[in-house]
Design a protein around this ligand. Structure first.
Ligand code: DX5
Ligand code: ZN
Length: 223
């Protein structure tokens, strides 16, 4: 299923609940919550207490992207706060497979993210346990960056690998996605699109999300 996951990093934090409801009404089934610790990435955002307080504001799927070192220290906090999907970075800890298994054991969906320099094949051995792979299309840390189009080769490799083995997995792309380049993502096999500035800076978020959905339907996976 094709899903747009607007990143609140580009929203007005003074009215987070309202901002999330706005994108929900505009057709977004997920909300992407970027957690940054100032260590794994050179920026800080928010943590579990903020997520817990916005949980009651909207029933959308909380798609939590942890850009923090040793995420196993805080996974329980994010699950308690109401995360529906917890995505950790492959590069952020010694045993990402164990952290993924732990997330799954708590009844929450697990995602694994890879930075631009990390090859696609590191996820293959873990696909059976994963609900989602997140392929970063910018260096993590900031919204509003230019997309790295060559990252779609990794998306295509992962989609091919999964299809050949009959695995149904979500592939999310994050960073620099817009209604004008989303066709490249879906043709490569991505089906969950993070969009921060493209949605939140738009005059009409519903138009952007609608256009993304139409484009996705017209541009299915091309091996
Ligand atoms: C970057 C974050 C992204 C970011 C995307 O580290 O993971 O989710 O907010 O923002 P845009 O869509 O503006 O590139
Ligand atoms: Zn993100």
């Amino acid at each position: 299923m094709f899903i747009v996951s607007p990143s609140v990093l580009a929203s007005d934090f003074a009215k987070l609940g309202e901002e999330i409801r706005k994108t929900e009404k505009a057709g977004a089934a997920y909300t992407h919550l970027d957690v940054m610790d100032g260590m794994f990435v050179p920026n800080m955002s928010f943590g579990a207490p903020v997520i817990a307080s916005i949980r009651k504001e909207s029933p959308v799927v909380f798609d939590v992207h942890l850009m923090i070192t040793q995420p196993q220290r805080y996974v329980d906090d994010f699950i308690k706060a109401g995360a529906d999907i917890v995505t950790i970075h492959y590069e952020s800890c010694d045993d990402p497979a164990a952290v993924v298994k732990y997330i799954k054991s708590k009844g929450v969906k697990a995602g694994l993210a890879i930075k631009p320099a990390t090859p696609a094949d590191v996820v293959y051995g873990m696909l059976e346990d994963l609900d989602m792979v997140l392929v970063m299309t910018v260096e993590p840390g900031f919204g509003g960056q230019k997309i790295m189009l060559d990252m779609f080769d990794k998306v295509r490799a992962i989609r091919k690998y999964a299809n050949e083995r009959g695995m149904d997995i979500d592939i999310e792309v994050d960073g620099g996605l817009t209604a004008d380049n989303v066709h490249l993502a879906t043709e490569a096999g991505a089906n969950v699109i993070v969009a921060g500035s493209a949605v939140y800076n738009a005059k009409d978020p519903a138009e952007v999300i609608g256009k993304m959905k139409e484009t996705a339907a017209a541009h299915p996976f091309k091996a």
